[in-house]
Write a protein that binds this ligand. Sequence first.
Ligand SMILES: N[C@@H](CCC(=O)N[C@@H](CS)C(=O)NCC(=O)O)C(=O)O
Length: 256
Amino acid sequence: MTHLTVYHLPGRWGLPSVSPFCLKLDAFLRIAGIAHEAITAATPFGGPKGKAPWITLDGETLGDSSLIIERLKTVYSVDPDQHLSRNARGTAVTIERLIEENLYWAMVFDRWCRPENWEILKNSILGDIPQPARAVLAPFAKYSVKKQLIGHGMGLHSEAEITAIAARDIQALSDLLGEQSYFFGDLPSLTDATVYSLLANIYQVDFSSPMKPLIEGTQNLVPFLARFKAAYYPEPCVRRSTRVSEAVSAASSQKC
Ligand SMILES: N[C@@H](CCC(=O)N[C@@H](CS)C(=O)NCC(=O)O)C(=O)O
């Protein structure tokens, strides 16, 4: 029998992970009903690419949420996108890129570059790193993330420009969702997991962000978040202790 272990960054504020990529993988596992063991990692350094999430699958280590999901779809013969037309599959990739290659970086800017979020960040994203290591690591992590923001390009913009960029993405998501329950109709797909995992990490967290009122202002994205949460995360989250493994059946467990 296949043994799957998933490593993800810590959860807070009722979310199983404060990393959108980790939350996306978790949501995919729930949609697909794939049983696995989940381990909270305090840092992403254990992953093969130095980023979270990562998995081990029968002893093989794999990184990157999208590559992991592609592999799991094959290994477990599941496809949450099987009801999608070819045209919808194209739109799904486009939405994934909007979320992960653009809007994600606006979230990173809010978390790491707004002074009012620094204490919150140290006690959440870095919060499972024991002291005094956390205090030492925090400024290095901030320096590294700011460098990534500049490298991506988002970090070159002013706050007002970043908010305007985010506003277009959020409006686009709202327009694509329209009056549907999920992005491609009545049935959820991987796109819903992808959108949920980023928007919940902006909207359902303690970090201050100009994106919160933008999400609220769309009228349909907050109900979408509530709908997805009710379907896949109906119970309050029970925090997993860091690096303590715990058997989790995504299909049956109410823990997150
Ligand atoms: N493309 C990767 C991105 C993963 C990613 O950027 N994860 C962040 C956490 S949200 C991370 O580990 N960052 C650590 C770093 O870049 O140093 C995926 O889909 O898994």
